[in-house]
Design a binder for this molecule. Structure first.
Ligand code: ZN
Length: 466
């Protein structure tokens, strides 16, 4: 994600429904996974393996009709389980093809299957729903969820927005494969993550079917509906590059979008194999969202992006999308890496070196506004002060400074080995800050990282210079 302005935090409140079936041994799965910043996000008791979403959207009436078929494995005996879904009207829920009782309270859709689910059992839940999906205002004031646009809509999910358009286990710790099929009025495009498997037009509507085989966190699932010029860029090597550009942005975006194959090649040379079968970009109109987002395989940009923003969002394909945080406390593992990639790009392309950027940030003469220079020290990267601040500069720039401190300590050869190794060790998985510090220590056992962890990663205030 690129950074946004913050305003007043909102509080998400929900209730847990207690199931009490006679003679059953299962218990309710629970309404959250104890995320330190978004405690109601995600649900306990199961692990989703696949989402099959069949959606139809009429932009004129802003009406969405959806069927979500969610394949999951019970991680304990369950009498009931929760899905996160905000707004919309649920028409019915089945579990393993049988009607299930369900109840809604806030963002929790609690489902009680006719018979208990057993630990280890794989089960399929179908939720039919419809309505006008909500735009959600984040604790930091930015907008996500379903964002209506001039000619369609944009669905973006970091950190909580995906519950506005499909029911699910909406926490980064539960990744799954996806099929997302979207039907829209003929003449519009419906873009999503992964690869297009088919496209058919019938009775004035076109259906686009997208497939994501690699595990994906729901916050980087995406749909973009509207008039887009869609094309595949020529590449000599690397993954196929699919770009979709709003016609009003075509000219302004042409140069930077044309450099995506080069950027992916350069990042591959630093980080190791690109994690997904395809890449690209979606360039919507300015204002369609307030920020760019690293949606998996295909980042979304509101208007023609700058080169650094494209470098940043594509770096997230390795750090964020393939290696995903275990909780929102680990956001710096996404943003520190993507920000440091911007510094590396500048260093490699005739701009300031990472050391020069680090020094300017440390001395407090990096930004035009002195308040921004000070803001970096507001809290430590691995301990954001609140949900409203997970997208602030201590996570981004100071997170990048942590990486630079590691580089200073181990030298370039070991540092780039660590960047590549980290992406490989947790490819398609989840990791947290403790995993990262343990990994770095293991890669350079003769070095002392104590001060970096204590002062730069977890320490309050501005660390003293070493
Ligand atoms: Zn980012």
């Amino acid at each position: 994600m690129s950074r946004t302005v913050r305003i007043v935090p909102t509080l998400l409140i929900s209730l847990t429904l207690t199931a009490c079936g006679g003679g059953v041994h299962g218990a309710p799965g629970g309404s959250g996974v104890h995320d330190p910043y978004f405690p109601m996000m995600g649900n306990g008791g199961y692990d989703v393996t696949h989402y099959d979403l069949t959606l139809a959207y009429e932009p004129a009436g802003r009406h969405l009709t959806g069927t979500a078929v969610i394949t999951a494995r019970a991680t304990k005996d369950l009498s009931a389980f929760d899905l996160d879904l905000k707004g919309l009207v649920v028409a019915g829920v089945t579990v393993q093809g049988h009607d299930a009782r369900w109840n809604r309270a806030g963002q929790e859709l609690t489902v009680r299957p006719p018979t208990d689910l057993h630990r280890g059992e794989t089960f399929r839940t179908t939720v039919r729903y419809s309505g006008t999906p909500e735009t959600i205002t984040d604790p930091d004031g930015s907008k996500e969820g379903w964002l209506p646009t001039a000619d369609g809509a944009l669905a973006l999910g970091e950190p909580t927005g995906s519950m506005a358009w499909f029911p699910g286990n909406h926490h980064p710790s539960d990744k799954a494969s996806y099929d997302i099929t979207v039907t829209v009025p003929q003449g519009l495009q419906a873009l999503s993550n992964g690869e297009l498997t088919h496209e058919t037009t019938k009775d004035g509507h076109t259906t686009f079917a997208w497939h994501t085989a690699q595990p994906m966190a729901s916050y980087v699932a995406m749909v973009a509906i509207g008039h887009y010029s869609v094309r595949q860029l020529p590449t000599k090597e690397g993954p196929p590059v699919h770009v979709a550009v709003d016609p009003t942005q075509d000219q302004a975006a042409a140069e930077v979008v044309g450099r995506i194959p080069e950027i992916v090649r350069w990042e591959t040379s630093l980080f190791g194999p690109y994690p997904f079968p395809s890449t690209g970009a979606i360039v919507a109109r300015e204002g369609d969202s307030g920020y760019a987002l690293e949606t998996q395989t295909r980042p979304v940009f509101p208007g023609a992006p700058g080169l650094q923003t494209v470098v940043h969002e594509l770096a997230h394909q390795w750090y964020g999308d393939s290696v995903t945080p275990k909780s929102w406390a680990d956001m710096w593992l996404n943003e520190g890496f993507a920000t440091y990639t911007e510094w590396l790009w500048q260093e490699d392309h005739g701009g300031d070196t990472a050391q020069q950027i680090f020094d300017a940030l440390y001395k407090g003469n990096y930004y035009d506004n002195p308040a921004d220079d000070k803001a970096i020290w507001a809290y430590p990267p691995a301990k954001p002060s609140s949900a409203a601040h997970i997208s602030d500069s201590p996570v981004y720039e100071r997170g990048a400074m942590v990486l630079h401190k590691i580089r200073q300590t181990v030298g370039d050869t070991a540092f780039f080995r660590i960047l590549r190794g980290w992406a490989a060790a947790h490819r398609y998985g989840n990791a947290d800050t403790a995993d990262f510090t343990a990994y770095v220590r293991k890669q350079a056992p003769d070095k002392d990282f104590g001060v970096i962890w204590r002062d730069w990663l977890y320490g309050e205030g501005k660390p003293g210079h070493e």
